[in-house]
Design a protein around this ligand. Structure first.
Ligand code: DAH
Length: 344
């Protein structure tokens, strides 16, 4: 019986060694260790053995069973390992292949310009504020010294929602809102970028919705020369150190005196050309010293405080800076137009 068992072991281990697939190993298990397997058959004959022989043969049978089981397990593991390696090899990724190009978006030209202007003023100590686009008649007009029926209201054709509510025609209402927030006690130094709306017919230079950036500086002893210095710094940073500015007298109900600012033409440097229509100068923004009435309506005593304000259109600035000739380019999202201005 001992020889029989040993023969089973030798045969089974040989088969395991030759097996090439997990299925073969399963069959080997059944053939030798299964209910009707050869080892089981031998063991069934153990009843005929003597008392002394039985434990000895039982021991050998266990050893044989263990040897076969272990051999099958090890071989199974080995075959699985080989299968896994084959699969990994078949699915290998070539990391040296060039990738497919991905279309990357970027901020809109106007966003870039607004951020550039913001950064410039933040560098001069200004805060960035926001105000509502749906505004009250009071803040859009009255608080800016434009009472009802004032003829200057016609300068800004307005989209009214109700008698008292409108789409703001400029960012200037944020001046009054910010001063009220500061309760007439602290200096105010803010800019406010945002969308504004006017009942205009869209063409190359007009749009019913466009962008403005408002500026306001209120403190003790703020003077016209401060306005001029600030705007000069802005113009040189934005358009180049060689640019000159000039202030012309103008009129806005919320400033007194009021000015319009021109920058020297970058094409002809003041000689006169088609870009500046022969004048050598290009108009770029409006501003002035905050009207005493505007200060006092917003809670600042004009005997103690003074201030300057200005308002500009980022579209116009972008058009001048980049030679864009049609304002509609900013709003129609033609990717060919926008792509030209993507920053790297
Ligand atoms: N709000 C004016 C406009 O929309 C622009 C402006 C002019 C703003 C003078 C100001 C200012 O703050 O002082 O035409």
């Amino acid at each position: 019986m001992k020889e029989q068992l040993e023969a089973i072991q030798t045969e089974a281990l040989e088969k395991v060694a030759q097996a090439e697939a997990p299925k073969e190993l399963q069959d080997i298990r059944v053939t030798y260790l299964g209910k009707k397997g050869s080892l089981t058959k031998v063991l069934k004959g153990m009843g005929k053995l003597s008392k002394e022989e039985r434990p000895v043969i039982g021991q050998i049978a266990n050893t044989v069973r263990d040897a076969i089981t272990t051999a099958i397990e090890e071989k199974t593991e080995k075959l699985e390992q080989i299968a896994m390696e084959k699969q990994l090899e078949a699915e290998a990724i070539d990391v040296t292949l060039p990738g497919r190009p991905v279309n990357v978006g970027g901020p809109h030209l106007l966003t870039n310009i607004v951020e550039e202007i913001e950064d410039l003023f933040i560098g001069m100590g200004y805060e960035v504020k926001e105000g509502p686009e749906v505004e009250t008649d009071y803040f859009n007009f009255e608080a800016l010294n434009l009472p009802k029926n004032h003829p200057a209201r016609d300068m800004q054709d307005t989209f009214y929602i109700t008698n008292e509510l409108l789409m703001r025609t400029h960012t200037s209402p944020v001046q009054a809102r910010t001063m009220l927030d500061y309760k007439g006690e602290q200096p105010v130094k803010m800019i406010c970028p945002g969308k504004v709306y006017r009942r205009d017919t869209d063409d190359a230079t007009h749009s019913h919705q466009f962008t403005q950036i408002e500026g306001l500086y209120v403190d003790k002893n703020v003077r016209m020369s401060d306005l001029k210095g600030t705007l000069d710094r802005f113009a040189k940073k934005m358009f180049g150190e060689e640019r000159e500015i000039r202030l012309r007298p103008s009129f806005f109900p919320f400033t007194e005196p009021s000015v319009e600012m021109d920058i020297s033409c970058k094409v002809c440097h003041g000689e006169g050309c088609h870009v500046c229509k022969g004048t050598g100068w290009i108009e770029i923004l409006g501003g002035g010293m905050v009207h005493p009435k505007v200060l006092s309506m917003a809670g600042y005593d004009p005997e103690i405080y003074s201030g300057f304000a200005f308002g500009m259109g980022p579209e116009r600035i972008a058009m001048l800076k980049y030679g864009v000739s049609d304002i509609r380019g900013f709003y129609t999202n033609d990717i060919r137009f926008l792509k030209q201005y993507h920053k790297a």
